[in-house]
Design a protein around this ligand. Structure first.
Ligand code: SF4
Ligand code: SF4
Length: 352
């Protein structure tokens, strides 16, 4: 990692230079919630001033830039007894500005699945390789709990990361591309004072978390609580809408659909995001549903996030952004469910 410092006016020049050459996305207010609070999303921008870099967090994660809600995997044309397949996964270079640490860490987790996993995805890889990521630190919201999962800091998975020092940014440079792009603007080497301010900023952010979730030993704890009545309590509230998975930076369950046109001359295969909370998620040919109960579907989403993935990849899949909790109309969020399970097991312990 290389560190530099840049003034905010020079940073603006840098971003406008990138916007000129690349399709660029940044945080923008798109609406207000029922309490009048702004709702932000990553949207295409044509100048630096269109972005709101003082935003809180985006409602959805950046996942869909890499795993679109629906994408065509392949097209087929049929002629006589012959057929041809065509694949398309070229992506033009693009830039996303203003990602939060949880967004970047979410992508680093998806990389484990779609790049380093047993079945790498060329579609994901093409998008990932052609997207220049600029991250930004921020003060946590009341309900962010990424610090509990150590995802409030970023170590890799980005090109450039900016820590706010007031009138300047402290830049962490993690790619040669970023290093070379920065040659077009004025940056300086961090002074001792800059380094101190950078560390103070990190410490301040770390101290600002108000929500903590106890995740120590969570995989084994979940094993023990497999039959807990808590799953029914929360499962009964679930509306099976799948919103939690759609906004989550790391939920990646999907379905595949094949369709053929009426002339029987062409067809296509599409991949679409799905959610394990939706009622037919575990339904198979013949109509049998392996998880007909809401409580089981909810439970398995938690098991995938905090147990199964943690065992295979040595970390939970959740980055602690609480997007699922904010979006859930039934008021279900990881903090309350995990705390409930912990409380219940405490009650079960014999008195000493
Ligand atoms: S947990 Fe909430 S957001 Fe997720 S499916 Fe159930 S009701 Fe919908
Ligand atoms: S807090 Fe919710 S939305 Fe965020 S990573 Fe964890 S499960 Fe996904």
């Amino acid at each position: 990692m290389i560190y530099k410092v840049i003034t905010k006016s020079e940073f603006k020049k840098f971003i406008n230079g990138l916007i000129k050459e690349n399709q660029t996305f940044g945080p923008r207010q798109v609406d207000e919630d029922i309490n009048g609070k702004p709702i932000y999303q990553f949207r295409e921008v044509h100048s630096f001033d269109e972005m709101d870099l003082d935003y809180t967090v985006t409602y959805s994660s950046v996942k869909n830039f890499f795993l679109p809600f629906r994408e065509i995997l392949s097209r087929y044309t049929f002629q006589g007894d012959d057929w041809e397949q065509s694949l398309e996964y070229r992506v033009n270079p693009r830039v996303i500005v203003g990602l939060r640490p949880c967004d970047i860490n979410g992508l680093a987790i998806l990389d484990k699945i779609f790049i380093k996993g047993a079945f790498p995805s060329p579609y994901y890889l093409a998008r990932r390789n052609n997207t220049f990521l600029i991250g930004m630190d921020h003060e946590p919201l009341e309900d962010c709990f990424c610090e509990s999962l150590n995802h409030h800091v970023v170590r890799h998975g980005f090109n450039l990361f900016c820590s706010d020092l007031g009138d300047r940014y402290y830049l962490s440079i993690d790619s040669s591309k970023a290093f070379n792009f920065l040659k077009n603007v004025e940056t300086t080497e961090p002074t001792k004072k800059d380094n101190e301010k950078f560390i103070a900023r990190k410490n301040f952010i770390e101290r600002s978390f108000k929500t903590r979730v106890e995740v120590t030993g969570l995989p084994s704890f979940l094993d023990i609580e497999f039959k807990s009545p808590i799953w029914k309590k929360w499962g009964d509230k679930c509306l099976n809408c799948g919103t939690c998975a759609m906004v989550c930076p790391t939920c990646y369950c999907y379905g595949i659909e094949e369709s053929i046109d009426v002339s029987l001359k062409t067809s296509r295969k599409e991949r679409f995001q799905y959610s394990c909370n939706i009622v037919d998620f575990a339904e198979v040919a013949g109509g049998h549903n392996f998880r007909p109960l809401r409580e089981d579907r909810l439970k398995y989403r938690f098991y995938h996030h905090y147990r199964g993935f943690a065992e295979n990849a040595e970390e939970p899949i959740c980055v602690g952004c609480n997007r699922c909790g904010r979006a859930c109309l039934a008021g279900i969020n990881p903090r309350d469910v995990i705390n409930d399970l912990r409380l219940e097991s405490k009650d079960e312990l014999p008195a000493t």
